[in-house]
Design a protein around this ligand. Sequence first.
Ligand SMILES: [Zn+2]
Length: 192
Amino acid sequence: MDPEKVIDEFKQTGALLEGHFQLTSGLHSNVYLQCARVLQFPEKAEMFGRALAQKFANAGIQLVASPAIGGIVIGHEVARALGARFIWTEREGGEMTLRRGFTVSPGERTLVVEDVITTGGSTRETIEALKSAGADVVAAASIIDRSGGRVEVGVPRVALATLKVLSVEPSICEACKMGDPAVKPGSRGQKA
Ligand SMILES: [Zn+2]
């Protein structure tokens, strides 16, 4: 799937907004991503899932695992396209764990899938949780990589589209210097 087509789908559904945003972290950014807004359309989730699955068609993936909540919809679609099983990890006392009676077979060939990878933190934690449970984690994937391709998670990693998103402290924000007020996307994003 062409990265431009992926970005177009995000823009059309308001999942990717361009402008001057104040993120929940307090940093200012020129891009705001809310994957849930594109994944609310099952046919789009299915399309992204198939496109990611295609990259692992011959990898013998038996299990797809995703961090909750953001990874669940896309992970499920990737698993469906691969004919694999699907489970998710979630935080318990701050630690990413398998709950709900989910189990992993020793050496089960596993792909970890997220909607968007930013720092790689939740993907790495999910990989660790799966490895601890005995899985053979062979790769990681996301729809969007917003690290500009920099993030390393210890296994080969792919994304359908890569963005280099600028996030800065308000004190050094160029848009602020031009007198442009920063928008909190929660308020504007939902009206779009
Ligand atoms: Zn700013």
